[in-house]
Write a new protein. Structure first.
Length: 246
C-alpha cells in the first residue's frame, strides 16, 4: 500500500493498493483483508488493471480474495481498476463486504474475459466469481458467476453474458430507498449505447450492472454514477483519486 493521501481532509483517506507483480499465475493466492474502525473513512483504488494469466497445463488455479469489514459509523469506497482474465486462466475471484448497522459503502468490480484489443477470445479456461454483501451478518446481496468454457452456453446465451467480454457490478447503500428521479437519472447514463446498463433497487440497496465490450466504457459509466451518488451516500462531493488522471 502506498502512503495514504488526504485530498478531502483528515477524515477520509485515499488508499492505493499495489500488487507489484501485476498479475496472478498458476498457484498464486492474493488476499486483501481490510478493516475500518469506528467512524473511519477510506476510498480504496488500484493504480492499474489486475491480470489473471493463463494457467499451466496442470491447471493450477489462481485465487484473489477481498474482505472488507466496516465498523460502526464508517464508510468505504471500493473502486478498483478492472480485472483482466486471460484466455486459459483458472481464476477464482471472491469479494465479501461486512457492514455494521450504520456503515456506508459504494463499490464496483469490472471483469474482462479474454483480450479483446488483441482479438483473443476467452475460448478456454474457467472463471468463478462471487460478490457478497452483508449487514450485521444478514445477506443483502450474493452474486455468483461460474463460467467454464468447456460449455459456452452461459457465455454466449442471452441469459448469461450474451457473448460480451466485459461485465461489471456496482453497489451503493443508500440512506433510504431511491426515488424515481434518482433511478431515472442513473438510467439516463446508458440509453442510446450498445452495451447494457441496468439500474435496480432492493430497498435501500442500489445495484448497477454493465454488460458490454469495453472496460473503459464500463468505468466511465460507473464513475458518472459514483459522482452522482456520493453526496447522498457519504455527504461529500466527488473527489476523484489523483491516480485516475495518470
Amino acid at each position: 500500500m502506498q502512503r495514504p493521501f488526504y485530498p478531502e481532509g483528515p477524515e477520509l483517506a485515499h488508499l492505493y493498493l499495489l500488487h507489484p507483480p501485476g498479475g496472478l499465475v498458476s498457484g498464486d493466492a492474493l488476499s486483501f483483508d481490510i478493516a475500518l474502525g469506528a467512524n473511519a473513512g477510506a476510498l480504496l483504488t488500484t493504480p492499474g488493471a489486475a491480470r489473471i494469466y493463463r494457467a499451466r497445463e496442470a491447471a493450477t488455479g489462481q485465487h484473489q480474495s477481498v474482505r472488507l469489514s466496516l465498523a460502526a459509523g464508517s464508510s468505504a469506497e471500493w473502486l478498483p481498476m478492472e480485472t483482466i482474465v486471460f484466455p486459459g486462466a483458472e481464476a477464482r475471484l471472491d469479494t465479501r463486504v461486512d457492514l455494521a448497522a450504520d456503515s456506508r459503502f459504494i463499490g464496483w468490480e469490472i471483469c474482462c474475459t479474454g483480450l479483446p484489443a488483441s482479438g483473443e477470445r476467452f475460448a478456454r479456461g474457467q472463471l468463478r466469481q462471487s460478490f457478497r454483501l452483508y449487514r450485521e451478518g444478514r445477506a443483502l446481496l450474493v452474486e455468483t458467476l461460474n463460467l467454464d468454457m468447456v460449455d459456452e452456453r452461459l457465455y454466449q446465451g442471452r441469459a448469461g453474458l450474451a457473448g460480451q467480454n466485459v461485465s461489471g457490478l456496482m453497489v451503493a447503500t443508500l440512506p433510504a430507498p431511491p426515488d424515481d428521479e434518482t433511478l431515472e437519472a442513473l438510467r439516463s447514463l446508458g440509453p442510446g449505447q450498445q452495451p447494457v446498463l441496468s439500474v435496480t433497487a432492493v430497498d435501500a440497496l442500489l445495484l448497477l450492472r454493465y454488460l458490454g465490450p469495453c472496460t473503459q466504457q464500463a468505468r466511465g459509466l460507473f464513475e458518472s454514477a459514483w459522482r452522482y451518488l456520493r453526496p447522498g451516500v457519504l455527504g461529500r462531493s466527488a473527489c476523484a483519486p489523483r491516480i485516475w488522471s495518470t
